[in-house]
Write a new protein. Structure first.
Ligand code: ZN
Ligand code: ZN
Length: 342
């Protein structure tokens, strides 16, 4: 942890909000990697969504009781989001929990859900605590009509048939901790294989990964299974991707879009987002917005439409290009190969 992060962690929520606001107002945030030589001819904007419904919260230390509610909220919001992104012609990379590809599932004779899948040992990390029962104990083993927070084959079909060509990415099958420590390689392989198989049934090839809860690891498995890129917070908010030692493209993560806990106005949110875009334009770097589809309704109705309009205007005036994670990874690899070939 750097000095800044250590100092920040000592502040109350209210003071954290005041500090961030100060950094934005004074132009100290976002930080852009302004010294790097960009291979892009203009700035690039990426949107990705963690499409996870109830699965993300079932072992949450703070929000376990909200898991189902979050899932249902996501179900309500996704059609609204799809309409908005379609209105502005902006594609999203939907990093999707594999179980959501199903429209139903059932218990096996031994009484377990998905008994063919490996289970992790008990663990605790920053966000989750799994210390009792079976890893799949919350799986209702019914169908999307009875338990709509746990299955989303119908919503995935909606994403695929939208007027915008979205990308479906990977967020593991059971939203597990993907670190080397808590996810041995055979376990990671099995999660990815299951996601790949379910996606293939909808003619989807998975190219992009979002690690659940930022639990980075098992890069070898990703590479072996044909995943090409992943989202990662970097030193700078506005930055270039890089090719890691496994040959995967790490794509910077810039800003999570949702209502803040500090009571910021719509105008301030838009000013902040505008600053992010301006930096990406100025230095021809990547600005990557990510969000949870279960986002706050106020943000969805008031801020998101303005954000998308702003991005569409920047794109329309050729200041930026909008790409999915997979498209950006392809482009970056191609440009890097050209530079190396010179
Ligand atoms: Zn299931
Ligand atoms: Zn997640």
């Amino acid at each position: 942890m750097g000095i800044y992060s250590r100092m920040r962690s000592c502040l109350s929520d209210k003071n954290k909000g005041t500090l961030t606001r100060f950094l934005i107002e004074t132009g100290l945030k976002p930080k852009a990697n302004c010294k790097v030589d960009s291979p892009f001819e203009k700035g690039i904007v990426v949107f990705s969504a963690d499409f996870e419904m109830a699965w993300a919260f079932r072992f949450s230390k703070t929000r376990q009781s909200e898991a189902e509610k979050k899932g249902l909220k996501e179900r309500e919001n996704i059609p609204v989001l799809l309409e908005l992104f379609q209105e502005y012609g902006i594609p999203v990379t939907w990093a999707t929990v594999g179980h959501l590809f199903l429209s139903e599932c059932s218990k096996s004779p031994d009484g377990l859900a998905h008994s063919e899948m490996p289970r992790p040992g008990f663990f605790e990390n920053r966000n989750w605590c799994y210390n009792t029962g079976d890893w799949y104990q919350h799986d209702p083993c019914t169908d999307y009509k009875k338990d709509p927070a746990w299955y989303a084959s119908d919503l995935i079909d909606k994403v695929i048939s939208s007027g915008v060509i979205h990308e479906i990415g990977c967020h593991t099958f059971s939203h597990l901790d993907f670190t080397y420590k808590n996810c041995p390689k055979p376990f990671a392989d099995s999660e990815l294989d299951t996601c790949i198989k379910l996606a293939a049934e909808k003619s989807i090839t998975l190219k992009s990964m979002v690690f659940p809860g930022g639990t980075f690891g098992n890069f070898e498995s990703l590479k072996e299974k044909g995943i090409e890129c992943y989202r990662k917070p970097m030193k700078y908010h506005i930055d270039l991707p890089y090719i890691d030692s496994f040959g995967l493209v790490a794509i910077p993560s810039s800003l999570g879009l949702d209502k803040d806990p500090y009571g910021w106005s719509k105008e301030f949110h838009l000013k902040m987002i505008h600053n992010y875009l301006e930096r990406a334009v100025k230095y021809k770097l990547v600005c990557h917005f990510w969000f949870h589809p279960s986002m706050d309704l106020w943000f969805l109705e008031n801020v998101m439409p303005e954000v998308l309009k702003m991005v569409a205007d920047y794109s329309g005036s050729a200041k930026i290009e909008v790409k999915t994670m997979g498209q950006l990874a392809e482009k970056f690899k191609k440009l890097t190969a050209e530079v190396l070939g010179r």
